[in-house]
Ligand binder design. Structure first.
Ligand code: CP
Ligand code: NVA
Length: 312
């Protein structure tokens, strides 16, 4: 019997499975454009747990389930009080008796891990403090649409070594993409994430580098990523972070140091005039709305694959 599969981290997907998700996402995207029905999850239900706000994640998962012939239930923090009103164990166990999939956006990674461990249906990380796997699947799908094969490409991340950055590091290592991260001291990606890439990097030849200088980070890059300087849950640090991250702003001057025509990615929500300027996010090199659109297609493919792989 197949074991149920979870996506707590990018590490839960092999390189071959990531390619399978991309291929199905491209197929499903074409079907949406042709208005061709594709009820691959007919009658299935997704529960969506949110401990933090969301536009993209909520709307794309919910829309995705409708397009796949299923249904999604939005559970806001005050609805269930995860770990407060009742234990994560009881929430995971009850949801598993009713629904086919669970997506959770949490503060602690442990909450996603526990939901996955206690539940008997697939659990998808919809952003935790440690990772945002769905985001980088959509981002790399966007790059794949532009470039074809990603292996051997050189990309850059400037700013906070945060959850999105962590998932990107893991995905690049797994797919053989070279990534340079430029972060201020004390805001680099976590060592545990870098350690986790080592075996992949040997296998795929991916070079993951952490540098201090944002100009050095973007040099030779065909795509430059950035994200907010203060993630959800860090609002009280926002003012202090502004001063620290100012040299890492993705503006025209910094972008000019990357390869000509380098693509610009940002997971959104963006703080225009802080981590990214209007002229860059609205400029011809920006693919930020393609990324946002591709959240829908990548996650639909991911849900279909998870159900298939789990033998459900
Ligand atoms: N990029 C992203 O996850 O957006 P939301 O926070 O709006 O879901
Ligand atoms: N790093 C950001 C991503 C938002 C989608 C955060 O965690 O708030």
């Amino acid at each position: 019997m197949a074991m149920k599969r979870d996506i707590r981290s990018i590490q839960d997907l092999s390189a071959a499975e990531i390619r399978e998700v991309f291929a199905l996402a491209i197929d499903l995207k074409a079907k949406v454009k042709r208005r061709e029905p594709h009820p691959l999850l007919a009658g299935r239900v997704l529960a969506m747990i949110f401990e933090k706000p969301s536009l993209r994640t909520r709307v794309t998962f919910e829309t995705g389930m409708v397009q796949l012939g299923g249904h999604a239930i939005y559970l806001q923090p005050s609805d269930i009080g995860l770990g407060k009103r009742e234990s994560v164990y009881d929430v995971a166990t009850c949801l598993s008796r009713w629904v086919d999939l669970v997506m959770a956006r949490t503060f602690a990674q442990k909450t996603v891990d526990d939901l996955a461990a206690f539940g008997t249906v697939p659990v998808i990380n919809g952003l935790s403090d440690l990772e945002h796997p769905c985001q980088v699947l959509a981002d790399c799908l966007t790059l794949r649409e532009r470039w074809g094969e990603l292996a051997g490409r050189r990309i850059a991340w400037v700013g906070d070594g945060n959850n999105v950055c962590h998932s990107l590091i893991l995905l690049c290592a797994r797919l053989g993409v070279h990534l340079t991260v430029g972060s201020p001291e004390g805001y680099e990606p976590k060592g545990v994430i870098l350690e986790a890439t080592q075996r992949d990097a040997v296998e795929t030849g991916s070079q993951i580098r952490i540098v201090r200088d944002p100009v050095e980070a973007v040099k030779g890059a065909d795509a430059v990523f950035t994200d907010t300087w203060a993630s959800m849950g860090q609002e009280n640090e926002a003012e202090a972070r502004k001063a620290i991250f100012e040299p890492y702003q993705l503006n025209r001057t910094l972008l000019a140091k990357a390869n000509p025509g380098a693509l610009v990615l940002h997971c959104l929500p963006a703080h225009r005039g802080e981590e990214i300027t209007d002229e860059v996010i609205d400029g011809p090199q920006s693919v930020v709305y393609d990324e946002a659109e591709n959240r829908l297609h990548a996650q639909k493919a991911l849900m279909v694959c998870l159900v298939r792989w789990s033998g459900m």
